[in-house]
Design a protein around this ligand. Structure first.
Ligand SMILES: Cc1cc2nc3c(=O)[nH]c(=O)nc-3n(C[C@H](O)[C@H](O)[C@H](O)COP(=O)(O)O)c2cc1C
Length: 136
């Protein structure tokens, strides 16, 4: 398990979207943008699933994911293990949050599930001497 710093958590929440990468049993990659994201704690993030399809299939086959996010020249990559919750408090809270979000933007949105990612490793992806360095 690895812990995100305050700065990493701030940036994760601030960026409009992060890139969520998964792969299937044949190692075929799939990377998609996700904007409905929250921090649960220093070692856990949540992504709401409204539209994910290949991503979900991949996670069922292989729960290892990578999430990359950046602003300007500063960026981080989380590697972690994903699980999908479709019931329970975290899902209920996510469903209410996404419904509310949909109401605010005037476009109905429904969360199908809460993707919970336990952070295992964190790498820097900023260009420069520290590029790709393991940070946690
Ligand atoms: C900026 C942006 C943010 C997005 N955020 C989310 C999100 O938070 N949750 C979601 O389920 N889909 C989100 N999507 C849509 C998915 O990325 C998209 O439906 C994708 O095709 C799902 O791919 P998959 O079938 O490979 O899983 C977003 C798309 C964009 C362009």
């Amino acid at each position: 398990m690895a812990r995100m710093t305050q700065r990493m958590k701030e940036l994760f929440l601030k960026v409009p979207a992060a890139i969520l990468a998964t792969s299937d049993n044949s190692a075929i990659p799939n990377a998609v943008p996700v904007g409905a994201k929250k921090i649960i704690d220093d070692e856990t993030v949540l992504i709401s699933d409204q539209f994910l399809n290949k991503t979900l299939n991949n996670i069922c086959a292989n729960p290892h994911v990578a999430i990359t996010f950046w602003e300007g020249q500063e960026g981080y990559q989380i590697k972690g293990i994903a699980t999908i919750e479709t019931s329970g408090q975290r899902y209920e809270d996510t469903a209410a949050w996404i419904k509310d979000l949909g109401n605010k933007i005037g476009f109905p949105l429904k969360s199908k599930g809460a993707l919970i990612v336990k952070v295992e490793e964190i790498y820097g992806v900023s260009p420069g001497p520290g590029a790709g360095k393991k940070l946690a």
